[in-house]
Design a protein around this ligand. Structure first.
Ligand SMILES: *[C@@H]1O[C@H](CO)[C@@H](O)[C@H](O)[C@H]1NC(C)=O
Ligand SMILES: *[C@@H]1O[C@H](CO)[C@@H](O)[C@H](O)[C@H]1NC(C)=O
Ligand SMILES: *[C@@H]1O[C@H](CO)[C@@H](O)[C@H](O)[C@H]1NC(C)=O
Length: 369
């Protein structure tokens, strides 16, 4: 009976990723076959070639394109994306302006066109296989060392990064997931999803946890700006589809984290649900989110941001969360798939109960339902 008391959470805006639309559209297709695939292309950018990227041939890589040696960042777009779309639109210029690196923006746009979400998800394994082939060729030829390689995927691209780990010859060292896609990734095994086994260090930023992005933790370090369901400024910025704006904040925050002097500092908490209940210690350990996250950070972190650029607010103030109890209400009618909430919530609740009963009782008394 307690379960019913958690009348959670927020308005969910998801119209644009309704996976059912397009299911029978003849323009939607699933590709099979081998790598390389002409609809999956790799574009190399450096500070010198930022306006005239080199289209790479995955089977015939030229070491001179990667001289002098520099770390390599691979950016992967999501559904409806292409090489100049998020995350490349914000993160690539930030990297090239501030870091001495190479950037590769993948483009698999033809395989993830609107309204073909279901087919896009079915195309993810092929895209991942072709990215793995490309990475293997770079490493086999000694063009890049594996500790110099960092993969950054946004939305569906976050899941591409996770699945790429299924195909590469050597374990990847670093993956960043920017609000990895939720629709059609909730069920099934971790092989389909980004998870901590995919690289030596996986960090994740969650910005649309009740819509397009995942609520559950998926990495060694998971960051929840504004605790994830609604990003400040998004209602004003995109009143018709604030969820899309929430989702897009992840690459924006990441881009800013590359050069931000203030930094996005999060405070540790056991998990999202404990945070919503206001049971997180307001003086727990802090960690820096984003590009400069230390590789030994572990756990879930929560932070606030500004409502427009620059978003970073610096160190997290010590807080007293007790009145932060959710006034939110989950409107399942607006949700894209009624079943599309995450089972982890219930497990968290069950875990809390045996040893937190007193605290819960107190919280529940304060709840005005
Ligand atoms: C990029 O090139 C410009 C000159 O074209 C230079 O001023 C700048 O320092 C370079 N940036 C990096 C990160 O190397
Ligand atoms: C590439 O995409 C086009 C649609 O843009 C499709 O017709 C074609 O079959 C695809 N080819 C491959 C090899 O994926
Ligand atoms: C936290 O805030 C509540 C009221 O919002 C107050 O009753 C409580 O004493 C505060 N706790 C601390 C440690 O400041």
């Amino acid at each position: 009976m307690r379960v019913a008391l958690f009348v959670i959470v927020a308005h969910v805006y998801c119209a644009a990723t309704n996976p059912i639309v397009g299911l029978f559209d003849p323009a939607c297709f699933v590709v099979r076959g081998d790598c390389p695939n002409k609809n999956i292309t790799f574009w190399l950018y450096s500070n010198e070639t930022r306006d005239s990227p080199v289209l790479l041939n995955p089977l015939d890589l030229n070491p001179w394109d990667f001289q002098p040696p520099r770390p390599l960042k691979i950016l992967i777009h999501g559904y409806t994306g292409y090489r100049d779309f998020a995350p490349s639109s914000t993160i690539r210029p930030a990297l090239l302006d501030h870091e001495d690196v190479y950037v590769i923006s993948i483009d698999y746009g033809p395989l993830v066109r609107d309204p073909c979400y279901v087919q896009a998800v079915q195309n993810v394994p092929l895209v991942s296989k072709c990215l793995a082939q490309f990475i293997d060729n770079l490493l086999d030829r000694g063009i890049i060392q594996s500790d110099q390689l960092h993969i950054i995927g946004f939305s569906l691209g976050g899941q591409v990064a996770g699945q790429t780990a299924n195909y590469v010859k050597r374990k990847l060292q670093r993956i960043t997931g920017l609000d990895p896609a939720k629709p059609l990734f909730i069920l099934g095994s971790n092989k389909r999803r980004l998870d901590p086994s995919d690289a030596d260090f996986v960090d994740v930023i969650h910005t649309d946890v009740l819509g397009r992005g995942m609520l559950r933790t998926m990495g060694h370090a998971d960051f929840y700006p504004n605790f994830g369901p609604a990003q400040p400024g998004c209602l004003e910025e995109n009143p018709n589809d604030p969820g899309s704006c929430n989702h897009d904040r992840a690459p924006r925050f990441y881009a800013e984290s590359i050069y931000s002097k203030k930094g996005f500092w999060g405070r540790k908490c056991a998990n999202w649900f404990v945070h919503v209940l206001g049971l997180c210690p307001g003086d727990a350990a802090e960690a820096l989110m984003g590009y400069h996250v230390p590789l030994d950070v572990r756990g879930a972190y929560f932070l606030k941001t500004g409502s427009k650029s620059p978003y970073a607010l610096g160190h997290a103030p010590k807080t007293n969360n007790s009145k932060f109890l959710s006034q939110l209400s989950l409107d399942s009618k607006q949700n894209e798939i009624d079943r599309d909430y995450e089972p982890q919530l219930h497990r968290t609740l069950l875990k809390l109960r045996p040893f937190e009963d007193d605290v819960l009782d107190e919280k529940l008394e304060n709840l005005s339902l």
